[in-house]
Write a protein that binds this ligand. Structure first.
Ligand SMILES: [Zn+2]
Length: 103
């Protein structure tokens, strides 16, 4: 799992590519992992892209099969936007959406 410091360093260094429209920068923001099998039993946590659990929406499990059980949703501009999306579009109750405690 990439470390938070490594991910922040990467995000801060994206300007060196000088690509005009920097597509990588568009990945910076807030994400939520929506896991269908545990949807009812677990809280949904909002992570920043630099969090090791999120790692720009790629997750921390190297051998995970993307999309098999769930997906990373995002990036959102801020945690509130992510929370409102979960409530309005996925019909998740307000008290089941939390901010990650490690990012
Ligand atoms: Zn996190």
């Amino acid at each position: 799992m990439p470390k938070k410091e490594e991910l922040k360093k990467l995000e801060n260094s994206l300007d060196i590519f000088n690509l005009g429209i920097n597509v990588l920068k568009k990945g910076i923001g807030y994400y939520v992992y929506f896991n269908k099998p545990t949807e009812k039993s677990r809280k949904l946590k909002i992570h920043h892209s630099s969090c090791g659990n999120c790692a720009w929406g790629t997750g921390k499990i190297g051998k995970a099969n993307p999309g098999k059980n769930g997906v990373w949703l995002g990036p959102f501009e801020n945690p509130l936007q992510a929370k409102e999306f979960m409530i309005a579009e996925l019909k998740i109750s307000n008290n089941r959406v939390k901010n990650c405690t490690c990012c």
